[in-house]
Design a protein around this ligand. Structure first.
Ligand code: GDP
Ligand code: ZN
Length: 378
């Protein structure tokens, strides 16, 4: 089939796109709907999940989205869905749906052109459509629309780090290094912004008198956050944590030294072993940088580790938005006199009143003000 002229079209996102399940009788649907079924088209998604309503796809005059890929239509039945576990430069390690094998996939031309040094067009967690090619190799044709994604700001741009996650595991330590509540608040705001459910894990509780952090724990619990005091070393409270991560797609965040590796080793059978498979990959591949790693859990769900990303910079925070990212400030904000109140120097500020009345925790308010002052942080 000859190459046809490409054009860009804007299409609405379909609802219910988060599922990785292969739709029934896909080939038939494709024949019936032509370009309406855009699984074979390249697509750019911003990673903003539910907030994105439109996207650009590349298609051809005849509405045959495969024509531009150089893949013949006869090969459509060979196409598979798979999960991207890791990205090494332009090569992705993909696990085909329902199989335990790993396929090393290149990314096809038009998708590749969207990549830069700073940004991978395909990220860990993406569900991709690919064609197997030879021995455990393949070519990625398209990326399925993403549900929630974890993103970070870098040099003024928003980068998706991992796609299709629903939970952010925030690991901090009670001591050594000292507990940094403001950092927890930054992680929480990031989770709120990306639509991820945060779970706060305070490790190394064996090093402190647990009563000493009860007020802090209480503040977060009153906000409705799930918060756990654990010890990886002593095995305290690990069972409920295991239940929290089962069946979910969690991404892990934490500064180095807080005991993240110790905790994940204690929680997840096989976590240690994965290090070997990654270094095997790196020896075969030319690239050694791994931005994020998707680890399927035996009991269902997955855990995503993000080496090198110890903290998150908040993306383009505007004051109005930051208030909405603080669950405890949010209910008061619409009673402020000025609709764009930053709750700092304004008069008739319901948030400041609530702090004065003890309805909002002073430390949380200070943390809010600190992020407002310095959104990029530390
Ligand atoms: P990571 O950098 O966050 O992956 O941290 P590690 O898992 O390498 O742990 C850093 C240090 O903290 C190591 O010396 C661990 O033995 C220690 N550590 C980890 N978890 C605990 C804990 O629950 N209690 C205590 N006392 N030490 C811990
Ligand atoms: Zn205000």
């Amino acid at each position: 089939m000859g190459k046809k002229k490409e054009r860009k079209v804007r299409v609405d996102f379909r609802k219910n796109y988060g599922s990785s399940a292969r739709p029934p009788d896909l080939t038939r649907q494709y024949q019936d709907q032509g370009q309406e079924l855009d699984t074979q088209s390249s697509q750019r998604v911003s990673g903003k999940g539910d907030r994105t309503r439109r996207r650009t796809i590349l298609t051809t005059e005849e509405g045959d989205p495969l024509a531009a890929t150089g893949v013949s239509v006869e090969r459509q039945q060979d196409q598979r869905l798979g999960r991207v576990l890791r990205v090494h430069g332009l090569e992705c390690v993909v696990q085909p749906e329902g199989e335990a094998i790993h396929v090393r996939c290149a990314v096809r031309g038009v998708l590749k052109t969207l990549s830069t040094d700073q940004r991978h067009v395909v990220v860990a967690g993406d569900v991709v459509r690919f064609v197997p090619q030879g021995d455990a190799q393949g070519m990625i044709l398209s990326i399925e629309p993403r549900s929630h994604a974890l993103a970070r700001a870098s040099k003024g741009k928003r980068h998706v780090i991992v796609a299709n996650v629903d939970q952010l595991l925030i690991i901090v330590s009670a001591a050594e290094p000292a507990l940094k509540p403001n950092l927890i608040d930054r992680f929480l705001a990031t989770a709120e912004q990306d639509g991820l459910e945060p779970v706060i894990v305070i490790n190394k509780c064996d090093l402190i008198d647990p009563a000493s952090i009860q007020p802090l724990v209480g503040t977060y619990a009153r906000c409705g956050y799930s918060i756990w005091m654990v010890s990886a070393a002593r095995g305290w409270n690990l069972d409920p944590l295991r239940q929290m991560i089962a069946q979910r797609h969690s991404v892990v965040a934490g500064q180095s030294g807080v005991g993240k590796s110790s905790l994940l080793n204690a929680l997840i059978p096989g976590w240690k072993l994965r290090v070997q498979s990654i270094s095997d990959d790196n020896q075969k591949g030319r690239h050694t940088t791994t931005t994020a790693e998707w680890f399927p859990l035996e009991q269902g769900g997955a855990l995503v580790d993000t080496p090198g990303i110890r903290q998150f910079q908040l993306w383009d925070i505007i004051p109005d938005e930051l208030t909405s990212l603080f669950r405890d400030l949010r209910p008061f904000a619409n009673r402020c006199r000025f609709p764009n109140c930053t709750h700092q120097h304004e008069s008739d500020c319901a948030v400041k009143d609530a702090v004065a009345d003890g309805k909002i925790d002073v430390r949380r308010y200070e943390s809010f003000s600190h992020i407002l002052d310095d959104p990029q942080g530390e």
